[in-house]
Design a protein around this ligand. Structure first.
Ligand SMILES: Cc1ncc(COP(=O)(O)O)c(C=O)c1O
Length: 391
């Protein structure tokens, strides 16, 4: 639209946001998500959420609700006990934690507080789009590096970073493990990123939302202290996606700068904080068995996928609670596949949701759900491929 086409009743859209294309039959994406959400029989493999918890976290929140402490405003920066538990969980010391409404709000605040209009930010495609959307609101460019290739192990490598950065690069986004592929970083790779960041004065944003599903995981903060931002979420391993709690961990000067950008100035949901404390305190009791279930679930999926012609898993084992199934060799449009599976009560995500360049090749599925439900998927998926294949 040209400038004169805007007025106060029809304002210009100042910001760009990756469009969520509604599936066939829906006018907007929200209607689709609401339908999925309301369908109690739907098997939930579309959002990398976790459906394996017992009542421990729920009970702590019920207790807190009954005590009616929610009538008061929480301390604006959250419970210190919770912040300490987060640092202990990460094995980090002498750092600040800012609690936010999900990791999402932290991602936004980081971009707002630290980026300048001339900066560019390096991210990967495939990746988690909302991070790039936020970056592009405050920086000159969100620069996506294509990574869907075996030769770079389906991840952003230090070499790819060197090739794509320039003197205006201010921040590098490392989602580790990566949504959607499940690729993760080893210690040597993190050290190399740290060296590049130190030489070039870059921020390293280490989004560790899926860290606990990885076989091994390391902290970027250990290698690039003072210029790392660790993004932490309660949505995945703790199974608390709907409770919207997460945070960012960094050095005091960086967190002080981010605090000045805070929107939620009256604090983070108090019930979620009680749930988060219970989640962290009880973690030793459920952590190993939950991971075992996830490892076993992805093994079952691999066993089912291997014999199917034209279909493969680019990354296996995944270090996250999700994986990508490449359908391109069978000539299947991932959107057609996900619509087909919804009819079978299996909610999955087409690649378009996490990639501009490669989204027409893959379906993303998450597997932190009961093994019985994975078995339903393993029964339905081969039938779906045979029904839809064009090659
Ligand atoms: C890499 C990554 N970061 C952050 C988030 C959002 O986390 P939260 O629910 O804590 O806002 C997601 C959600 O899928 C994600 O994949």
């Amino acid at each position: 639209m040209r400038e004169k086409d805007f007025d106060i009743k029809n304002p210009r859209k100042k910001f760009q946001k990756t469009e969520r294309v509604p599936p066939e039959g829906y006018e907007c994406a929200n209607d689709f998500f609401e339908d999925m959400y309301m369908d109690e029989d739907m098997i939930w493999m579309g959002q990398n959420t976790n459906h394996l918890h017992d009542d421990t976290i729920a009970d702590a929140m019920i207790e807190a609700i009954k005590e009616k402490n929610y009538c008061k405003y929480p301390a604006p920066e959250g419970f210190s006990e919770l912040k300490q538990l987060i640092l202990d969980d990460l094995g980090l010391k002498d750092l600040e934690v800012l609690l936010t409404s999900g990791a999402t709000e932290s991602l936004y605040l980081v971009m707002q507080a630290l980026l300048e209009p001339e900066d560019n930010v390096i991210l990967s495609d495939p990746g988690y789009f909302i991070i790039g959307d936020f970056a592009s609101r405050f920086a000159d460019e969100a620069r996506y590096v294509p990574i869907y290739y075996e030769e770079n192990d389906y991840k952003l490598t230090p070499e790819l970073l060197r090739q794509n950065m320039d003197e205006n690069t201010r921040m590098v986004i490392l989602i580790d493990p990566l949504n959607p592929l499940g690729s993760g970083y080893n210690e040597d790779e993190l050290k190399e990123f740290a060296e590049i960041a130190k030489e070039n004065d870059l921020y390293l944003l280490h989004d560790v939302t899926y860290k606990d599903f990885a076989q091994e995981h390391f902290n970027m903060e250990d290698y690039a202290p003072g210029q790392t931002l660790t993004i932490y979420s309660f949505s995945k391993i703790f199974g608390m996606a709907g409770l919207r709690i997460g945070g960012v961990i960094s050095s005091k000067p960086i967190i002080d700068s981010i605090k000045n950008a805070v929107v939620n100035d009256l604090g983070v949901n108090i019930i979620s904080q009680y749930g988060a404390i219970a989640g962290l305190k009880s973690k030793p009791k459920w952590f190993d068995s939950m991971r075992e279930t996830c490892f076993e679930n992805q093994r079952l999926i691999k066993e089912m996928i291997d014999p199917i012609e034209g279909v493969f898993l680019p990354v296996y084992p995944s270090q996250a609670n999700m994986m990508v199934i490449d359908l391109s060799g069978a000539g299947i449009d991932p959107k057609v596949m996900s619509n087909y599976l919804v009819e079978k009560k299996l909610f999955t995500r087409e690649g378009e949701y996490t990639s501009e360049d490669f989204g027409d090749r893959y379906l993303r599925i998450s597997f932190s759900i009961p093994t019985e439900e994975i078995k339903v998927f393993c029964e339905e998926f081969p039938k779906a491929v045979e029904a839809l294949r064009t090659k």
